[in-house]
Design a protein around this ligand. Structure first.
Ligand code: SF4
Length: 99
């Protein structure tokens, strides 16, 4: 890992850019870097209207306080990333939390 990658700032949905939270392929391996091969505009990320994943992940809101929780956003039809996988905080809350 240390041979090929170096620490870099990374953009996290709902959290913004955090220094040294990601990995970037080193210049000597640039031929294998998908960011060089494909145009990826990291700064144009789409915020999902109404999704409160950022607040949930920061612990300032429980999933059930999201207005979409259990209504428009359910594990079978997730709106935000926190509901997508079974390990997602909203999906776990949906399965095990009190509603
Ligand atoms: S994943 Fe769904 S329930 Fe969780 S914060 Fe986003 S929209 Fe709300």
């Amino acid at each position: 890992m240390r041979t090929v990658f170096s620490e870099s700032a990374s953009l996290w949905r709902g959290l913004g850019k955090i220094e040294k939270s990601g990995l970037k392929i080193k210049e000597e391996f640039a031929d294998f870097d998908a960011e060089n091969k494909f145009y990826i505009d990291w700064d144009s990320g789409v915020d999902i209207a109404g999704c409160k994943c950022g607040e949930v992940l920061k612990g300032t809101m429980t999933p059930d306080k999201c207005p979409l929780f259990g209504k428009r956003c359910v594990p079978a039809n997730p709106v935000g990333p926190c509901m997508v996988s079974s390990e997602g905080s909203c999906a776990a809350y949906y399965k095990y939390g009190e509603r």
